[in-house]
Design a binder for this molecule. Sequence first.
Ligand SMILES: Cc1cc2nc3c(=O)[nH]c(=O)nc-3n(C[C@H](O)[C@H](O)[C@H](O)COP(=O)(O)OP(=O)(O)OC[C@H]3O[C@@H](n4cnc5c(N)ncnc54)[C@H](O)[C@@H]3O)c2cc1C
Length: 343
Amino acid sequence: MMKPEIRIFDKARKPGGRVSTKEIFDGEVRFDIGATMFRYKMDVQWSGKLSNYNLFEIWETNGVRIDTKPIYDEHHHYPVSGMESIAKSMLKDHPVHQSMTLKSIHETQNNIWNCEFYSNQDKRSEFMTSEQLILTLPIPQILDIFSNSQENPKFERWNQFLKPYNDYRKTLVCLCSWKNWTPNINSNGYKPNEKIPLSTLLKRGEDWEYMSWEHIKYPNPSLKGANLLVQFSAMFSETHFEYWMDTSKKPTPEYKEMLVDGLFEIWNSPPPDEIWNHRWKYAQAQMPLLGKEGALLLDSEEFLEWKNLCKETGIMILGDWLFGSKIERIIGGVHFLIHNQIL
Ligand SMILES: Cc1cc2nc3c(=O)[nH]c(=O)nc-3n(C[C@H](O)[C@H](O)[C@H](O)COP(=O)(O)OP(=O)(O)OC[C@H]3O[C@@H](n4cnc5c(N)ncnc54)[C@H](O)[C@@H]3O)c2cc1C
C-alpha cells in the first residue's frame, strides 16, 4: 500500500501508533488500548463534488487482506486479530525502521533534509538524508523537533500554520483481567445474542466513557475468565493524568481502590487479578483542518494553504490534526491524496 521509495522510521517498538493492541499471557489475551473500531465508509468533498469511499475497497485495490467483524452497529468493524493488524497488513512487505526517534532536522545547502534519529536499540544517533519529508507525529512532538533543530524559516512557517490545530484531548485507559470470574453480560445494555453482538458500551461524557469486554471481542476458548477495557472521558483523563500509574503501568494505590470500587458498583465484580493502566497524552486531535465529522472538506482555503506549504517547504505534515481523529478519515484521506496526485 506504500510507495516503494518511501522509507519509514518510527520511535515505537512496533508499528501502529495510536492503533495499538496489547497482548498478555503469551499472546493468549488481547486488548485494543488505542482505537477500538473503524467505520468503513467515508466521504470527500472536492471541486464541489461529493465522492464516497469504502475502506474495504481501498484495501482490496491495494492487495491488503484484513479479516474483520462488525461491532457496535452495522457501520463499524474491527480486525479479528486486533486493531494493530490494520497497520501491520497495510505495511506488509514494506520495511519499517522501528525504535528510531527523530530528534532534529537540518537542511543542507542543496535543499536536502538531514535527519538525526536516536536508535533506541543501538543507543546511538543515526543520520538519514532525503529530498522530501513526511511527518505524521502529533503536532506537539513535531514542534519539539523543530525547536531542537537549527533555525529555519520553513519551520517557522509550519509553526505558525499548525498553531490553530494544536489541540488534543487526553485519554486514560485501564485493562482489567479476571482468571475465573465472568460478568452477568446481559446487564448494562450489553446484547451478546444480537446479530451484531454488542460487547461494547459508549457513554459519551461520563467518566467511564467506553467499556468493552475484550474476551468477547477476541474470544479464546481455551481460557476461562474475563477481560475488560475502559477508556475514561476527556475531563476525567485531564484531571487524573499525572498520577494514573506507576512505572510498571500498574495503577497507583489511590486509583486501584477507585477502580476496584467502580467495578464492584457497575458489575458486582470481585477485585480483578490484574490491572494495567495506560495513558495517551495526545489521544485525539480536537480541531482538525478538514473537519471532525462528515465529508473531508478539501475545497477550503486552509487546505489550499496546506498544499502550498507542503510544496514550498519540501515537508509534508499529515495526521489526525489534518484529516480528523478517525481511522477511516486518515486512510481514506491519504488514499484520495495519492490518487489525485496531491501526495
Ligand atoms: C484511546 C483512543 C481511542 C481511539 N478510538 C478510536 C476509534 O475507536 N476509532 C477511530 O477511528 N479512531 C480512534 N482513535 C483515534 C485514532 O487512533 C487516531 O486518530 C489515529 O491513530 C492517528 O493516527 P496518526 O497517524 O495521525 O498518529 P499516530 O497513530 O499517533 O502515529 C504517530 C507515529 O509517530 C511516531 N512518533 C512519535 N514521535 C516520534 C519521533 N520523535 N520519531 C519517530 N517517530 C515518532 C509514533 O510512534 C507513532 O507511530 C482513538 C485514539 C485513542 C488514543
